[in-house]
Design a protein around this ligand. Structure first.
Ligand SMILES: Cc1cc2nc3c(=O)[nH]c(=O)nc-3n(C[C@H](O)[C@H](O)[C@H](O)COP(=O)(O)OP(=O)(O)OC[C@H]3O[C@@H](n4cnc5c(N)ncnc54)[C@H](O)[C@@H]3O)c2cc1C
Length: 220
C-alpha cells in the first residue's frame, strides 16, 4: 500500500454501535493478519479486533536497532507486554498489530516437509502460502560479522552440510530468511493486510474490551 497507515485500520472508539461481518478475527497478530488478509482477499467481509496500535511510525518496531528497546519498554502502552510464564520464566508477548512479528527477532524459515505431512496439510497449498507470505515480508539477510561468526562456529562444530541461503528446513547449517529488509526495516504480518480488499475489511485497534462484546457474528 502507498501509505503505511491502512485506511481500514481505525481506533476501536470509532466503531459503529452495530456491525455485521462474515468473520471476526480476534487478535491482529502474526496468524490473525494472515488469516484476515486471506479471508478478505477471498471475498469475505472481515473484522479484526486488535488490542494494540499500529506498528508503523514506531522506530523501535520498524528499525532493526530498536528490537531490544521495544522489549525493554514495560510501560502499559508498549508494543511488548512482559509476563511471567506458568514455569516462572519472564517472557514477552505482543500488544500491537502484526503481533509477535512486530517485536520479534525476525528469523524466518519454512517448516520441514515431514512436519507438513504429519500435520495433514496439503503440501501444494502450503507452498503457495509460503510464497504469499515471502513475497511481502521475507528477505535474504546480509552476512555481517556476527552472522558469519555464528555460521563459521556451527560448521567448525560439525553441524554440516552447509546449505547456504535457503528458506527450506534442512539438516545442517544454513542462512535463513529475515523479515528485516536490506535497510534494516522490519516488515510485519500487518503488511499481509495489503492483500485484503479494503472495501470488505475493518481493523479496529486498541479493541481489547470490544473483543469481549462479540456475539454470534455481531459486534455491538
Ligand atoms: C522476543 C521474541 C523473539 C522472537 N523471535 C522469533 C524469530 O526470530 N522467529 C520466529 O519465527 N519467531 C520468533 N518469535 C515467536 C513469534 O513471534 C511468535 O511465535 C508468533 O508471532 C506468534 O504468532 P501468533 O499469531 O500465535 O500470536 P501473536 O503474533 O502474539 O498475536 C496475538 C495478537 O492478539 C492480540 N490480542 C491478545 N489478546 C487480545 C484480546 N483480548 N483482544 C484483542 N487482541 C488481542 C495481541 O495484541 C497480538 O497482536 C519470537 C517471540 C518473541 C517474544
Amino acid at each position: 500500500m502507498d501509505s503505511p497507515y491502512p485506511s481500514f485500520a481505525k481506533d476501536a472508539k470509532l466503531a459503529p454501535p452495530v456491525v455485521y461481518y462474515d468473520y471476526i478475527v480476534i487478535g491482529g497478530g502474526t496468524s490473525g493478519c494472515a488469516l484476515a488478509g486471506t479471508l478478505s482477499q477471498g471475498g469475505a467481509k472481515v473484522l479484526v479486533l486488535e488490542r494494540g496500535g499500529l506498528p508503523y511510525g514506531n522506530p523501535n518496531i520498524t528499525n532493526i536497532g530498536g528490537f531490544p528497546a521495544t522489549l525493554a519498554d514495560t510501560s502499559p502502552t508498549s508494543a511488548s507486554q512482559l509476563f511471567l510464564s506458568t514455569d516462572g520464566v519472564f517472557n514477552h508477548r505482543a500488544r500491537v498489530l502484526g503481533g509477535g512479528s512486530s517485536i520479534n527477532a525476525g528469523f524466518y524459515t519454512r517448516a520441514s516437509s515431514d512436519y507438513v505431512v504429519a500435520a495433514g496439510w496439503n503440501p501444494r497449498l502450503v507452498n503457495e502460502s509460503y510464497e504469499w507470505v515471502e513475497k511481502k515480508v521475507v528477505f535474504q539477510p546480509p552476512m555481517l560479522s556476527w552472522q558469519s561468526a555464528v555460521r563459521d562456529g556451527l560448521l567448525e562444530a560439525g553441524v554440516s552440510p552447509y546449505n547456504g541461503f535457503t528458506l527450506e528446513h534442512l539438516p545442517g547449517t544454513k542462512v535463513g530468511g529475515t523479515i528485516f529488509d536490506q535497510n534494516g526495516h522490519r516488515h510485519t504480518a500487518a503488511d499481509l493486510l495489503e492483500y485484503a480488499d479494503p472495501t470488505n475489511i475493518s481493523v479496529y485497534l486498541r479493541a481489547n474490551s470490544l473483543s469481549n462484546l462479540v456475539q454470534d457474528n455481531t459486534c455491538r
